[in-house]
Design a protein around this ligand. Structure first.
Ligand code: DON
Length: 303
């Protein structure tokens, strides 16, 4: 397959669309992103890396980091994680508080903010440095030592992070955090504020296409754990639009409010798209359009 040509064609289809969406502004540092930016990269299990547009420009990974915290927490701590976080779609916005009260402080899934805070807490307990573990993993898998937290984005989110602070305190009130709320929040903001490119993230997501095997050939997760992460990405990775994403794209995917979306085709490869304009749910408008066009053109799907 001529991946380079495919990416150029898909980019042209996505950019031809009228809708652009708007960059997230509830984290002020993200509001400055250029809404016309667009990048896309494909990494294949047999070693190919292809890109188009701004595919090597770093952007704020935000919730795409939650896929890596989940993988690392499972790798380090195993299945016990599922006692503190569920794996059902929430059907609510990613930063919603409502279900926590009737569900005893156990968040619905690891990808809404509440669930990601629990995962970050467990990864912090297991490693002593949750954000550092994510940074190291991204550097190792991408081969890019420059992947790092953008401290100004983390600080901007912390200053305006009343919702996440409320979620973390509420979860703590049910006894479902093992570290002080302030440490959990600091690590959460720091891994969300990692800056990485489509190239970096496509390479870092390949372990899911390789059924749990890392770039150096070592095994991070069992085949079954990798399958489960892909399953949770499919059902919960794009929040209350996960049904629409599965309908249009048909691949496990994880989005972030920086405008990135990382999708996986198990056994074959991974693809990352970035464009900062978001829809009302918080998913990149052009990112989802591009993945729709890519999977339509290639027939790629897990179904
Ligand atoms: O906690 C937040 O609100 C952000 N750091 C991450 C949210 C996010 O990326 C949701 N994605 N669509």
């Amino acid at each position: 397959m001529d991946y380079q040509r495919l990416l150029q064609d898909v980019m042209a289809v996505a950019l031809a669309g009228e809708r652009r969406g708007r960059p997230a502004d509830y984290i002020p540092a993200l509001a400055e992103a250029d809404p016309s930016a667009f990048g896309m990269a494909i990494a294949t299990v047999d070693g190919g890396v292809f890109g188009a547009g701004d595919w090597e420009v770093p952007f704020s990974v935000q919730s795409v980091s939650k896929l890596f915290t989940l993988a690392l927490a499972l790798a380090e701590g195993g299945d016990g994680l599922w006692h503190g976080v569920g794996r059902e779609p929430s059907g609510n916005p990613f930063n919603s508080l409502v279900q926590l009260e009737t569900e005893q402080g156990i968040p619905r899934n690891p990808f809404i903010n509440a669930g990601a805070l629990v995962v970050t807490d467990r990864l912090l307990e297991l490693t002593g440095d949750a954000a550092g573990a994510v940074r190291e993993f991204l550097r190792a898998e991408s081969g890019n030592a420059a992947v790092d937290t953008d401290d100004s984005v983390a600080a901007s989110e912390a200053r305006h992070g009343h919702r996440n602070a409320a979620l973390a305190h509420f979860i703590a009130s049910y006894g479902n955090l093992r570290n002080p709320v302030d440490s959990v929040l600091a690590h959460y903001y720091a891994h969300c504020a990692i800056a990485a490119s489509c190239r970096d993230l496509a390479l870092a997501g390949l372990f899911l296409a390789r059924h749990g095997v890392r770039a150096d050939g070592s095994r991070l997760l069992t085949r079954s754990e990798a399958k489960r992460i892909n399953a949770v990405m499919l059902t919960c990775g794009t929040y209350d639009a996960a049904g629409e994403f599965a309908f249009r794209v048909g691949l496990p995917g994880k989005s972030g409010v920086g405008g990135g979306v990382l999708a996986v085709l198990p056994g074959r490869g991974s693809v990352c798209v970035w464009s900062p304009g978001l829809d009302a749910v918080g998913n990149s408008v052009l990112g989802v359009a591009a993945l729709d066009a890519l999977t339509t053109a290639t027939g790629w799907s897990v179904f």
